[in-house]
Design a binder for this molecule. Structure first.
Ligand code: ATP
Ligand code: MG
Length: 158
């Protein structure tokens, strides 16, 4: 169904902000308008939950997690950035494969199965979007995804 993605995203970020145990600051750069996108809310919740949990899992004490939504021509671009250890260049595409985890020993200690981003990719692509990552080792990681949307005619005329 059609969901105001901005309100929906704020709500999910709020939930993490209230329950997080680490000292990590959140920064939001979301438009002040409503953006209605046709999504399966439960599935997109699962996608965002995983990306945000990863960002927190790999954030250093005192780090910042940044949430952005950019309105493009026929889609929105959502991004979540952290200041964690990053992902080596050679592994950056593999993190979306099932059960793939960078550095087995360290990941095992961090918990998880390695399915989160594979599920995220499946869900985003089923919605007609794309998902990718950019990362600098030692500096941090950004996960991006897009979702198609049609601007309403009223928007175009006003
Ligand atoms: P699960 O999500 O099933 O609990 P997981 O978090 O290990 O397990 P994914 O979410 O699919 O699995 O992530 C795959 C791997 O990508 C992780 O194990 C980790 O090595 C790497 N990764 C994902 N997000 C980040 C991040 N923000 N910073 C650094 N590494 C990351
Ligand atoms: Mg995960």
């Amino acid at each position: 169904e059609y969901v105001n993605f901005i309100g929906f995203f704020h709500h999910i970020i709020d939930r993490f902000e209230m329950t997080k145990e680490q000292h990590v600051t959140f920064k939001r750069k979301l438009p002040n308008t409503e953006i209605f996108v046709e999504i399966d809310e439960d599935k997109l919740t699962q996608v965002l939950d995983n990306i945000i949990s990863n960002a927190l899992k790999y954030s250093p004490e005192g780090g910042q997690v940044k949430f952005k939504v950019k309105e493009l021509e026929n889609m929105i671009e959502v991004s979540i950035s952290d200041q964690g250890m990053g992902i080596p260049k050679d592994n950056i595409k593999k993190i979306f494969e099932r059960f793939y985890r960078v550095d087995k020993a360290r990941s095992r200690q961090m918990g998880g199965t390695g399915l989160g981003l594979a599920i995220a990719k499946e869900v985003v692509e089923a919605h007609g979007g794309r998902i990718w990552a950019s990362s600098i080792e030692g500096k941090g990681t950004t996960i991006y995804f897009t979702l198609p949307y049609e601007r309403s005619q009223e928007d175009e005329w006003s």
